[in-house]
Ligand binder design. Sequence first.
Ligand SMILES: Nc1ncnc2c1ncn2[C@@H]1O[C@H](COP(=O)(O)OP(=O)(O)O)[C@@H](O)[C@H]1O
Ligand SMILES: [Mg+2]
Length: 231
Amino acid sequence: MLRLEGADAFHGKAQVLHQVSIEVLAGEIVSLIGRNGAGKTTTLRAMAGLMPLHAGRLLHEGADVTRLPAHRLSRRGIHYVPETRRIFPNLTVEENLRLATFAHRGGAWTMPRIHQLFPRLRERAASPGDSLSGGEQQMLAIARGLLTAPKVLLLDEPTEGLAPRIVDDLVAAIRVVQAEGVAIVLVEQKLKVPMALASRQYLIENGQIVWTGTTDELRRDQRQIEQLIGF
Ligand SMILES: Nc1ncnc2c1ncn2[C@@H]1O[C@H](COP(=O)(O)OP(=O)(O)O)[C@@H](O)[C@H]1O
Ligand SMILES: [Mg+2]
């Protein structure tokens, strides 16, 4: 579905990605795990066409999309949900969602289905964006992505800072989204949520993928791998 191959990327003169390769198959969830500053956000942005590559390429459904502008990748169904969630603080939940429906391309995710997935967003429909809890903001950010009928969702630390019960709700919702056939790249700093959701894992450190394997393989060697990457 989406493959970043041998990517090098820079912030100014500093190289922050070194030969990063990561791929997600149709309907699959993979995780990219690493500490603060490891290069997770830069990798996700590269996968969304938001970060120029100095080497390597980006392939979407087999087509080379390395040089396409981000809005073209968005139209191809690649949707990045940033850690900041970027909701409109002065608009209500309903208005935030309605703005996303302007880009709605048909597809499975209609407003009733969004409300079914996140009942909280219906209850909070009239509340302004800046009154939402962190969990509600994350739900809204994902919901807005779904309204664009994505093929791939790139989720940047969706559970960061959320209460355990809210994390459980989000994990359940992400499973429903996957069951609809959306491929997901999940970025997290810890192993717990990735191990619950993803079939394959990538560990990144200092801008390099230092380990990749299935979730079963990670579970088998978890202690050693945690030491390797200094968790
Ligand atoms: N806009 C930027 N300008 C300069 N350096 C940056 C910028 N964004 C990130 N970096 C640096 O790039 C590296 C990787 O950052 P990032 O991809 O955001 O890591 P992560 O998401 O894993 O925390 C870090 O060393 C960070 O300091
Ligand atoms: Mg980040």
